[in-house]
Write a protein that binds this ligand. Sequence first.
Ligand code: FSX
Ligand code: SF4
Ligand code: F3S
Length: 374
Amino acid sequence: MKCCDSTHCDFTQESIAGGVSRRDFMKVCSAAAVYMGLSESFGPTIAEAATTAARRPPVIWLSGQECTGCTESLLRASHPSIGTLLLDLISLDYSETLNTGAGHQAEEFRAKSIEENTGKFILVCEGSIPVKDGGIYCKVAGRTALEILKETAPKAAAVISFGSCAAWGGVPSADPNPTGATPVYKILEGTGIPVVNIPGCPPNPYNFLSTVLYYVTFKKLPELDDKLRPKFAYGRLIHENCERRPHFDAGRFAEKFGDEGHRKGYCLYKLGCKGPETYNNCSTLRFNDVGTWPVNTGHPCFGCSEEGVGFKAPLHSPAEVLYVTPPAEFVSAPPEKGKGASALAAAVGGAAVGAAAVAVGSNLGKKDQDNKEN
Ligand code: FSX
Ligand code: SF4
Ligand code: F3S
């Protein structure tokens, strides 16, 4: 029996309840390969790396100032499910939310895992770190989050800041930032410890899972942009691949919530949509296996994943439109045989599927895009 009505998903209730079948898992790995900008033929390599128990990386998951929405989003991932992730892909040795043990027992296990896996474990940080007044505004087991991070990060192979709070401060850092909420990368600045930011409030769990799969397979981190985000996920503006983009280009806007334009699915720019200045793949990857994301429910993107936009710019204020028109080469140059249709689809962002294939497959970063446009 199908697990849901999604047209994107062919998993069954049985396969999810009992963990994914080998065939389904291979499909997940092939899709992940394409999604990360690799050839589909890397699927078996990823699957092999991910299912070789000896290579499962230990993960220590620390929580700072946050709402736990990041863990919640991961709990709702089903390709692979959280069970597969925890049992087959990684060895989650410590997570305050998911630990079965508690108190001294959990803290002792964390210390033991760090000691035994120094230089090998991935440290996942969820939430910002308060630094004001010695960091007293976030404590776990009597110690500040600042102290725990500074002690743990130097022993990790890499640090993943999962969610906007950890990546750039997020909600806790909103003005006037009473606790001195600080992003993880700033605290670790100058230490040489590799940090990956996967922002979003909450972030898409598949951006995290793909980063982990990449690391497990290739023993290195994926290519990052200048804000330490994986380029395969954050290389494009939401606005580039939004299904409402043809309305933007044609000047058809919702003027008020509930007006005729809003009901007809027109562009949400005048309602404050920050898609034109937010780098993320929400419009192509979407959430929760049901093909939904904020803009297709009628809500403007508020830039939850973009530093300086989400929780900073007023919700109703118009976004800075970084690229007003499709790059001229896409609309004026004669299409190359076999490539023109999807390139144009990506340029005008009208067809999410075609655009996703181009955006992800070409793995262009923003700098590449700038070069193309100038
Ligand atoms: Fe922040 Fe995550 Fe937003 Fe919440 O833990 S990114 S407030 S979804 O939970 O850190
Ligand atoms: Fe989509 Fe927002 Fe851009 Fe309009 S402004 S096309 S709703 S991302
Ligand atoms: Fe956030 Fe905007 Fe995506 S609000 S979830 S970045 S559509």
